[in-house]
Ligand binder design. Sequence first.
Ligand code: GDP
Ligand code: MG
Length: 367
Amino acid sequence: MRIALVGNQNSGKTTLFNLLTGSNQKVGNWPGVTIERKIGTLKGSDVEVVDLPGIYSLSPYTAEEEVSRHFVFEEKPDLIVNIIDATSLERSLYLTTQLLELDVKVVIALNMTDMLLKKGLTVDVQKLSERLHTTVVEISALKRTGIDALIKTLVEGPVLDNPHQAIFSKEVEQEIALLHEHIETPHERFVAVKLLENDPMFLGLKPIEAKDAIQRLETHFGLDMEQTIASQRYDFITEVKQYAVVAKPVAPSMTDRLDKIILNKYLALPIFGVIMFLVYFLSVGLVGSWTVDLISGSVESLSTWFGGLLETWGASAWAVSLVTNGIIAGVGAVLNFIPQLFILFLCISILETTGYMSRIAFFLDRL
Ligand code: GDP
Ligand code: MG
């Protein structure tokens, strides 16, 4: 048995892959491209797990999409684990709707569930599973929760099959049904949709019927078919999200509240002026000049004291002058600036590390 791990970039695929396979991994490249290929075996079984490159759709726009699409088409895994980021369902489900069109079983691993609370989101797994017609397992690859339940589902297979439910408008679904009769390859529904989208990979097997269907639909919707299909996918996703996700407003963070004040349309510039004045006041102004006085005072006393000492040792007038007016006064003149510079750079680093600099730079950009 072979399982393919499919998901967006940064959805946690590699983290999950490592949890599922432990140290039983082989790392190489996909043939012909420098995209990492990782294969391992599911802990405690002989099930093979393949980590596919991170993708956002099964269109052939990028090398990663090509590799993933080729794999699910040609090497036909027995099961796809679609790992999705629970905190951004909208983006993740676009790929999911495409995977569900394939003739391969799909289990959905709803990852990042540890972040939901923080973002004020609740996802009803039961409802999500009901609308997507397949098993959804809640996990956190980072916190290692739900992994045993996921492994159990993988070994036993999803509870609900995916019966290629209709997700597009009835006009589009009608044409898909008609095209079905003319397609002899596996993944019929997926291919039918791709034909309607004018996908170049399927141009070779494009029957004349597809051309007619596209024409009818483009006249009906007044858009090119790729746009129509994409926008209807998003309509479906929006509906699923409304059904399964509850969003509670979270209290604005301290950063949000501060931003509201310091980036306020009217207050931002006066506040910026006050801050710049403070920096000047501390480094060059009153505080700065106080440090200058302090240092030059100390240097002067040192010079007087040391000059006196040299005289008692019987040094000549020019030697005393060389040391006091030359060396001590010279070094002192440079030392004068050091506290000022120290204060100035301290202020600048505070403004930079707090993020104020980048915010105000952005704000002043137009000006
Ligand atoms: P990939 O690009 O899909 O392979 O994603 P990675 O496995 O490299 O994970 C991307 C980032 O998401 C890493 O910083 C992970 O630590 C983090 N991550 C993965 N799973 C979770 C999770 O369940 N919760 C949280 N909070 N972070 C996660
Ligand atoms: Mg990865």
